[in-house]
Unconditional design. Structure first.
Length: 93
């Protein structure tokens, strides 16, 4: 049996390690870091959520760091194993 939570739902994604300083700076500000989930061709935004975790290890083979975002998903737009493009919004509006 596999139980998957849909509301809220978590999305795991990777970013290049070169982008970690900007993410860290936003997190140190104590502000919520917005994250958007988009369809494959970046024409439909499924949901907006927030960054909840940054892994403390970098994959040595790829130079990527793992991050986790959580989305309320009240409309069930996101589902397990769905492919989404993630936009991590680190620049202040």
């Amino acid at each position: 049996m596999i139980i998957t939570q849909l509301q809220p739902i978590a999305v795991l994604f990777n970013i290049p390690e070169d982008n970690l300083p900007a993410v860290g700076a936003r997190l140190r500000e104590g502000t919520s870091v917005p994250v958007e989930a988009w369809n494959r061709d970046n024409t439909v935004r499924f949901a907006t959520g927030r960054l909840t975790a940054v892994d403390n290890q970098i994959d040595q083979a790829t130079g990527m760091a793992k991050l986790k975002a959580v989305f309320a998903n009240k409309d069930d737009a996101l589902f397990p194993n769905q492919f989404v493009n993630v936009r991590l919004l680190v620049n202040s509006p």
